[in-house]
Design a protein around this ligand. Structure first.
Ligand SMILES: Cc1cc2nc3c(=O)[nH]c(=O)nc-3n(C[C@H](O)[C@H](O)[C@H](O)COP(=O)(O)OP(=O)(O)OC[C@H]3O[C@@H](n4cnc5c(N)ncnc54)[C@H](O)[C@@H]3O)c2cc1C
Length: 432
């Protein structure tokens, strides 16, 4: 977020969403429950916002915005089960877990999100042995739209809905996560031809703990990243190499390249060719959170689609023709990740092995025809859009791809009968 949390005017990280609303900053579940009761009695609405890292209008408040930055503390630990307040960021969570000799089994690209915000949209990393981050949730304390504080544990069927709850079922105050002993990752990153990467996937996806790749549009090149657990942290990345690759090249230089491409779009294919050829291989070890998450300072707009894993070659194969049809150039690499099935009703990975295709455009660059064209390709394969990233689907088109869609709506009717947690996004994707 670019504004202070208490400002009435709010924008998301991507600066493509904004709102003006009354701001509420509760410090306890009781305070939240009282606010919810008053909100319902007054016929008003309240939307809780995390770190504002969603690109969709899922976190846009049109009446009252609740911020949980005062509810960001560690609560308790019981073996691998760690309970924290919902407003804690993943970055703080990682530090807390490290202090207890624990870690999250998997993470996405960044750690700026709040715990509740990350699980609400189905935030995920990569790895066939992992579902979304929400699949690690063992229990949740939630203030429902009736103003009741309720705790749901693993045996409660409601947890399957609350896990990836889209902020539609209530305000989460505490989350219990099933963590794992702290572990070291060996990262192997290398440039590779797209054809080689696609040919190797069937072997590499099950053969590596975490695997993803990037592909530069208008080129046949990309970068393959494989992270695997190892016993010893004997090959740390030098501070200089870390700074060079992750700060200077991925942020400072990339920002400059994006600006050139934005001003002179005809140079984009050549710039992408240079960027792809400039990639060099590196291998290092480090504590898991530091390997999973990097800083992303170059701002962009993003859409990400989950598709059944088997559909990936066909969908990616259609991209070059798609790029040729667009009235503009695409500069950002296409990112591809993989997860295993989970059982959360609104998880993109519900009940199937998934490939995720993420497409981006530099902030301020046109994107809609690109994203719509990719959506068309993915939707034809039964694809599910990431709830926190731009898409153009509505409830009628989403119901068929989520087998438990109506069960989720039934829980919503129970938990939020007056729709005090609704906003325009939820009206679109769930109905009113
Ligand atoms: C640079 C960048 C990198 C990203 N990388 C990844 C990635 O690797 N993988 C991935 O899957 N996604 C990724 N995302 C998307 C991001 O993880 C999700 O959009 C996530 O939901 C953002 O969390 P947040 O705390 O900012 O939540 P917000 O965007 O502020 O809110 C998201 C939703 O959570 C709800 N919510 C927040 N707090 C609560 C609460 N206490 N109770 C109930 N509901 C709540 C909000 O109402 C809203 O519905 C990335 C986004 C950016 C900008």
């Amino acid at each position: 977020m670019t504004n202070p949390v208490y400002a009435r005017h709010w924008t998301n990280w991507g600066t493509n969403q904004e709102s003006v609303a009354d701001v509420l900053t509760p410090a306890s579940a009781d305070e939240i429950a009282a606010t919810v009761t008053e909100t319902a009695a007054a016929g008003r609405r309240v939307k809780v916002v995390g770190s504002g890292h969603s690109f969709t209008d899922i976190a846009v408040a049109d009446d009252q915005r609740m911020v949980l930055h005062r509810m960001n503390r560690f609560v308790s630990i019981d073996g691998p089960l760690v309970t924290v307040q919902a407003g804690m960021t993943l970055r703080t969570l990682n530090t807390v877990l490290h202090g207890h000799g624990l870690a999250m089994p998997n993470l996405g690209d960044i750690d700026a999100q709040t715990v509740a915000g990350a699980i609400a949209t189905g935030t995920h990393g990569t790895g066939l042995g992992h579902g979304t981050i929400a699949s690690c949730v063992e229990a949740v304390t939630l203030v429902t739209g009736l103003g009741k504080i309720e705790r749901f544990t693993a045996d409660a069927p409601e947890l399957k809905a609350i896990g990836v709850g889209l902020g539609a079922l209530g305000i989460i105050t505490e989350v219990t996560l099933r963590c794992v002993p702290a572990f070291t990752l060996h990262a192997d990153e290398r440039p590779m031809l797209l054809t080689e990467m696609l040919a190797g996937l069937d072997e590499w996806i099950p053969g590596n703990d975490h695997i993803e790749f990037f592909w530069y549009p208008y080129t046949d090149r990309g970068q393959l990243k494989r992270n695997n657990r190892v016993d010893v942290d004997d090959r740390p990345l030098s501070r200089f190499r870390g700074w060079l690759d992750d700060e200077f090249l991925s942020n400072t230089v990339w920002q400059g390249v994006c600006k050139v491409g934005q001003r002179m779009p005809r140079t984009v294919p050549a710039l992408n060719g240079i960027a792809a050829r400039a990639l060099s291989a590196r291998a290092y070890t480090g504590p898991s959170a530091g390997v999973f998450c990097t800083s992303r300072r170059v701002r962009f707009t993003e859409m990400e689609y989950e598709i059944p894993r088997a559909a990936l070659p066909e969908v990616l194969g259609a991209f070059p023709a798609l790029f040729d049809r667009l009235p503009f150039r695409v500069q950002f690499p296409v990112e591809v990740r993989f997860t295993g099935p989970d059982d959360l009703w609104m998880s993109h990975g519900y009940d199937r092995e998934s490939a995720y295709i993420a497409v981006h455009q530099y902030l301020g660059t046109e994107y809609e025809p690109y994203f719509r064209a990719v959506e068309e390709l993915c939707a034809a394969q039964g694809g599910r859009p990431h709830w926190g990233k731009l898409h153009y689907r509505n409830a009628a088109s989403l119901r068929p791809v989520y087998p438990r869609f109506d069960d989720f709506l039934a829980i919503r009717d129970r938990f939020d009968p007056s729709r005090i947690f609704a906003n325009a996004y939820l009206n679109r994707v769930l109905g009113e």
